[in-house]
Design a protein around this ligand. Structure first.
Ligand code: P53
Length: 482
């Protein structure tokens, strides 16, 4: 820990983060179309969420109402102000603006909603930080075009991005294009490819090849949007958004080291293109060896070069490990012969098996900063946990305070020991929201409690947790002083 006088940068963006589909609800309100998140059922720790082709009566879809932020944002922003937030990250729900994705003109009611939301934030001294695509692709773009594997989606995204960047050019300065764009590359599992790219694989498709094509289309769409955004307002700060789960070699075997490197390439691939505007050589080599036919034109390559990011937004929750040692058991992966992901015996997991690793945050901040030399913005970090409301009505979430405190402390080290340029920190799920992975309400991240359970029962009443008061002090002091 550190001493009085050693603080964070004066303009550090202490904040909180959510996404539209995880808080808003109002899934049919104000002319909104269906988004891919509206087709996701509720799951839990052991039951995965299901993607249904249409909305079915006997399923519960937790995002349809979520925490009703659509109707309650004014009251919630009052709490954010009391908490002292200087920034608030959310997304624009694409399906409010272009209900079918391919509409000839945008939906005015959807645009007006975000005008009001941003005005309310600004009036309370809170800087909006806005993601353009956070798992809210209009469902029709899946039904009619097959999602981002189709190049037509590039134009639909760019039109949407241009529409909102023009509309909010004097209200929003910080933008990000695609949330956790790299998550789909880990396992090509249905949930991640669906939420990132609106694709359900056909039998005969090579999952890896299709995911790479969709990813390339998104990277091109991102670059084009950045280029247009900078023309609309040169003061815009437009970033990418990466999920960073650093992978450690389990042992000091050179094979473990190389396999960890190979797994990190999956993550860096996206960031390399976002920052350098070029396809990295390891990717070109891999496509060649696997005989993947990834389509992109010369014009698109020049778009990539011209639409690089101003900063790197990232989420950080956990680290992972990989080994080639024959006596270890784990899940085998495809990047390096006989490499297997394995749990790290030095770390504890939360109830969902996420391996908590505050030091890993310092490690990855420094790795990413040294690789790219761009400002970093931690736009997600937090502790999913079951909370208990005590008889006195209070929620004593000291485990969450411990988690956040340890991560903030590592951020501090990254800035002051390693020379990392960090512009802000927006803990995830600042108010309880619908979990993305499991669709649960009871996997809670918030510093503000919302009275609602996994089945959708509850008054939706908001309540400050103990962590609320703790974070209020952190922001007031511009850091941890103990
Ligand atoms: P939930 C994996 C690894 C790191 C972050 O997740 C991830 C994922 C997705 O499985 O997702 C982000 O709600 C995502 C948020 C999400 C948050 O992490 O499953 O950007 O939408 O809510 C936490 O606990």
């Amino acid at each position: 820990m550190y001493n009085e006088g050693e603080k964070f940068p004066d303009d550090f963006l202490w904040g909180g983060a959510v996404s539209a589909h995880q808080v808003e609800g109002g899934y049919k309100s104000g002319g909104k179309g269906l988004s891919i998140a509206d087709l996701l059922t509720a799951g839990n720790q052991t039951t995965p969420r299901i993607i249904t082709k249409a909305i079915e009566k006997d399923h519960y879809y937790p995002n349809h109402e979520a925490i009703d932020f659509y109707n309650r944002y004014k009251e919630d922003i009052k709490l954010f102000k009391e908490l002292g937030l200087k920034s608030f990250r959310t997304s624009i729900n694409w399906s409010r603006i272009f209900p079918n994705g391919d509409d000839a003109s945008p939906n005015e009611e959807g645009l007006a909603f975000y005008d009001d939301l941003f005005d309310e934030l600004l009036a309370n001294g809170i800087e909006p930080v806005i993601t353009l695509s956070h798992f809210e692709i209009p469902h029709n773009l899946y039904v009619s075009y097959g999602g981002f594997k189709n190049k037509k989606l590039i134009d639909f995204f760019v039109r949407y991005a241009e529409t909102v960047m023009r509309r909010y050019k004097d209200k929003v300065k910080y933008w990000m294009t695609f949330n956790e764009i790299n998550n789909q590359m880990d396992n090509f599992d249905e949930l991640h490819v669906w939420t990132n790219s609106a694709i359900l694989f056909e039998e005969e498709e090579n999952k890896e090849e299709i995911t790479i094509q969709a990813s390339m289309n998104e990277l091109i769409a991102s670059a084009k949007a950045i280029k247009i955004g900078k023309e609309i307002n040169p003061d815009f700060q437009i970033g990418c958004m990466m999920a960073y789960v650093p992978i450690y070699p389990y042992s000091c075997s050179p094979h473990d080291m190389l396999s960890a490197n190979k797994m990190m390439e999956r993550r860096f691939f996206y960031n390399d293109i976002h920052v350098r505007g070029e396809i990295p050589s390891y990717a070109l080599k891999m496509w060649e060896k696997k005989e993947f036919n990834i389509e992109y034109s010369q014009d698109e390559l020049s778009d990539l070069k011209q639409g690089t990011v101003d900063y790197i937004g990232l989420s950080y929750y956990m680290s992972g490990a990989v080994t080639t040692l024959p006596d270890k058991r784990g899940h085998s992966i495809r990047d390096y012969p006989k490499a297997m992901t394995i749990s790290n015996p030095h770390l504890q997991s939360n109830d969902w098996g996420w391996q908590i690793d505050p030091k890993g945050l310092r490690y990855i901040l420094s790795q990413v900063y040294q690789r790219y030399n761009k400002p970093l913005f931690i736009v997600e970090n937090g502790m999913g946990a079951y909370d208990k409301v005590e008889k006195d009505g209070k929620i004593y979430d000291d485990y969450r305070v411990d988690y956040l405190e340890e991560h903030i402390s590592e951020m501090y080290q990254a800035i002051n020991e390693d020379g990392v340029e960090l512009i802000g920190y927006t803990p995830w799920g600042i108010i309880d929201i619908v979990s993305f992975g499991s669709g649960e309400m009871e996997k809670r991240y918030g510093l503000i409690y919302v009275d609602k359970d996994n089945q959708g029962n509850g008054s939706l009443e908001r309540r400050k947790k103990e962590s609320f008061y703790w974070y209020q002090t952190v922001i007031e002091q511009n850091g941890l002083i103990i």
